[in-house]
Design a protein around this ligand. Structure first.
Ligand code: ZN
Length: 131
């Protein structure tokens, strides 16, 4: 399963980054191309399964799917490939080359800084003298 492999490498990369940052990751953004595309739901469930008990548990993954692009051989226009109508939107030419597909990339990780004292001390008075 492709998604499991991807989830494992994501988990490794995010865990390493979390250790460096000394923070808890809350979400990550991934982008992928047409041929490296992952199934969002499969990736998510694979990630949830293997991240259980790690610092990455409960993280949200956002996957951005980048579309295939082509370059017109006539006017050099770069356009998003519509495989049902593969022609240049500018000049209508059907002579084009496909641009290299986007690889699967971990774009960014969002961290939550640990603030252990804030919540507990709120609303509680240190002086609890009563008469
Ligand atoms: Zn063109």
């Amino acid at each position: 399963m492709h998604e499991l492999t991807v989830a494992q490498s994501l988990l490794a990369a995010i865990s390493a980054e979390a250790e460096t940052q000394k923070a808890r990751p809350v979400s990550a953004k991934i982008s992928c191309g047409t041929f490296s595309a992952v199934n969002d739901e499969l990736l998510d469930s694979a990630f949830q399964a293997i991240s259980e008990g790690t610092v990455c548990e409960g993280m949200k993954l956002k996957v951005e799917h980048k579309l295939m692009q082509g370059r017109c051989g006539n006017c050099r226009q770069i356009f998003v490939m519509d495989l049902r109508r593969p022609e240049c939107p500018k000049c209508g030419g059907g002579d084009y080359e496909l641009l290299p597909d986007e690889p699967l990339v971990l774009e960014e990780i969002e961290f939550k800084m640990e603030q252990p004292d804030v919540q507990k001390s709120k609303g509680r008075q240190k002086n609890s003298h009563r008469k």
